[in-house]
Design a protein around this ligand. Sequence first.
Ligand code: PLP
Length: 425
Amino acid sequence: MESSRRLYEEAQGVLVGGVNSPVRAAIRPYPFFVREGKGPYLVTIDGAKLIDYVLGYGPLILGHAPEVVVRRVVEYVSRGWLYGAPTELEVALAKKIVSHFPSIRRVRFVNSGGEAVATAIRLARGYTGRKKILKFEGCYHGAVDSVLVKAGSAAAHFGSPSSAGVPEEVAKLTLVARYNDLGSVERIMRAEGNDVAAIIVEPVMANYGVIPPREGFLRGLREIADRYGSLLILDEVVTGYRLGIGGAQRYYNVNADITTLGKIIGGGFPIGAVGAREEIMDKLSPKGPVFNAGTFNGHPISMVAGLATIEVLETTNAYEVAIRASRRLAEGINDVLGRYGIDNVVNWVPTMLQVFFTKGDVVDHETASRSDAKLYLKLHEELLKRGVFIAPSQFEAIFTSAAHDDNVIDETLRQFEYVVKELKH
Ligand SMILES: Cc1ncc(COP(=O)(O)O)c(C=O)c1O
């Protein structure tokens, strides 16, 4: 790790905290720098080969550098890659998304999940003429002022900024409810519902560990939003194409008014997307008064990589492999920890999971906060020494891909058991 350590020192002289996104600085004892990725593996500049369960924080559902995507990107790139005019690729990828999400008839491509969320919120406000939005404590929706908001005082519905630089006045327009608790939503909506433009939610909370929705929670939100004339924004930046074709909406049988997508739909290249029915999307520029624009919107390389990725997902057993890997890992982790007498909860949905060192169900941000995050960090550190990379935070997800075959999972569980045995001593 000598080269990474030196580079990290150098990086701190020119990059804030030595990184370009904060979670990367949490890797212990210091971030490794990457030379390349192939299949389920990352190779560091020090030559360490790591089984990767971070997968770029979700996008790489086929693993690193899958052949089809590499070929399509390389074939395309000699044609140039930015025209300031549309390409047929944008039409093709939008058609795929429309065919997979019944709630989406029109799409706008942007460059990140955060941008998609910012656009969706502006669109919801423009469409309804209302100012407030309702979010859930513990859900993350990108580096966007309106959603960098946490619960305020117990008596207040409105939130307070979770980042310096977000004005109180902005945070006050965001109401904060409790995930998996329809009663908390009802209470807020009874008081404020007529001013609420949208309820925004991660259909599976993937940024506080992995927390699936309780039976009926998402359909309850759908019903409450309808009752108050608010829009339901399902933030499928993580779950879109990860829970399967059609994302969480198909998996849980619920329709959004506005959907935000990102990550997988760009095959690992920068992307975000907003989708909804015509009547809502037609409020966006150039058709309507709600502004959105972007130099890189619909970038051809992101379109090519996204199309290639989705085509593989549609036509191969990629989901089968990735889902099997996640299930085996979840069961294996729970089994090893149980055998060593360590309290744990493993939450699982297709292709993603997280382990919490706690007793009792983990159903919201409060129950997740009770878990031993320090022990998780120790697990991260020890696994890394043994060639397995899980996120350096309890409050991220463990992702699997179609490159995580049985051998990779067997090897991971072997290393996991070794680490747990050591931790017990
Ligand atoms: C649910 C969710 N929404 C939005 C975002 C923001 O996406 P991006 O990092 O591409 O801006 C993320 C990022 O992790 C996310 O998990």
